[in-house]
Design a protein around this ligand. Structure first.
Ligand code: COA
Length: 309
């Protein structure tokens, strides 16, 4: 869906969207394609890349706010569709930080020796949850999935440090008011769009820049490194101006910040694994490189991970 497509449905312009967000187009899944379908496609590609068979997976964690059903979890649907007989499967609700939250949980399970092979998926069908009458939000979001296989290893490479933090006092800056147990969904569509994503963009922007910079600095410090040791930063693709402000705070140039927001928009939990995969396939990450992934989202919640490739 291009910016020109949005000019036809809300009062906006290609120029406004590009200047304020950096987004030119996003991918919108067909009605027949579900969040679990996109998850399966991403998991299959990750498992092929890792040379990993279905029965080796012991845990499947999905980060998503748009599961196929309210119950069961997206992870259990994916488990059934893929056939993962030896896995436990559950979702985490950490919005755009869902992939990094999942990575942090997986790292802990692997470090304690509980599981040896874990699939972590970040996936969203945000088009099912977007108010296409609200120009403040609808131009931002797209659909996507990304997945990684993590395994126990004696090598010095891999996840070196992770960090997750949240502050529920900001919960109404980015939220959906209707559809939970407090205000159960009624028949029909809420005329005010409160069953869809609602956001105070400028306030989210400020917290995002501050806390993503803190989260990135934290994993770099925990790893005993400095930002000059980091070959590539892979931030959540929410807004090009947020990424630029983040780079400024971390005193790094934008050529060390991976960007693909122009083609996908904000894909929430899928954004970081999608960017990681593209960066890898483009040869932007070499063995031995240190990379930092960092994200923030509704909660508000934010997280980061430092990986030696
Ligand atoms: N097209 C044209 N005008 C738009 C618009 C659109 N799609 N969306 C908002 N505007 C208007 C607003 O109505 C406002 O008009 P007004 O001054 O007449 O009231 C004006 O643009 C400025 O709005 P503002 O919200 O101050 O713009 P901004 O520079 O903060 O940019 C965001 C808006 C949403 C792009 C920006 O705040 C942002 O990216 N925030 C972070 C959001 C985010 O990342 N959310 C996901 C977190 S995971």
């Amino acid at each position: 869906m291009t910016n020109a497509d949005f000019e036809k449905i809300v009062d906006t312009s290609d120029e406004w969207i590009i200047t304020r967000t950096g987004i030119k187009e996003r991918r919108i899944a067909d009605n027949s394609i579900t969040t679990s379908d996109m998850s399966v496609a991403a998991c299959r590609q990750a498992m092929d890349m890792a040379g990993c068979s279905n029965d080796e997976i012991e845990l499947l964690i999905t980060g998503t706010v748009t599961p196929d059903y309210r119950l069961p979890s997206n992870a259990c649907v994916v488990q059934e569709k893929m056939g993962l007989p030896n896995a436990a499967a559950f979702d985490i609700l950490a919005a755009c930080a869902g992939f990094l939250g999942g990575l942090s949980i997986a790292q802990s399970y692997i470090e304690t020796g509980k599981y040896k092979k874990i699939l972590v998926v970040g996936v969203e069908k945000l088009s099912s949850f977007t108010n296409y009458k609200d120009r403040n939000t609808c131009v931002l979001f797209g659909d996507a999935a990304g997945a990684v296989v993590l395994e126990a290893s004696e090598e010095s490479s891999g996840i070196i440090s992770t960090f997750v933090k949240s502050d529920g006092r900001y919960r109404t800056l980015l939220w959906s008011e209707i559809g939970g147990s407090l205000h159960p969904h009624q028949q029909g569509v809420d005329p005010l769009g409160r069953d869809k994503i609602m956001m105070n963009g400028s306030d989210v922007f400020k917290v995002a820049v501050r806390e993503m910079a803190n989260a990135a600095a934290r994993v770099i410090k925990d790893a005993g490194l400095t930002s000059s040791d980091i070959a590539l930063f892979i931030p959540h693709q929410a807004n090009i101006r947020i990424m630029e402000a983040l780079a400024k705070r971390l005193h790094i140039s934008m050529d060390r910040v991976f960007k693909n927001i122009d083609r996908y928009g904000n894909t929430s939990a899928a954004s970081v694994p999608l960017a990681l995969d593209e960066a890898n396939r483009q040869g932007r990450i070499k063995p031995g490189d240190h990379i930092v992934m960092v994200a923030f989202g509704g909660g508000l919640i934010w997280g980061s991970a430092l990986v030696k490739w």
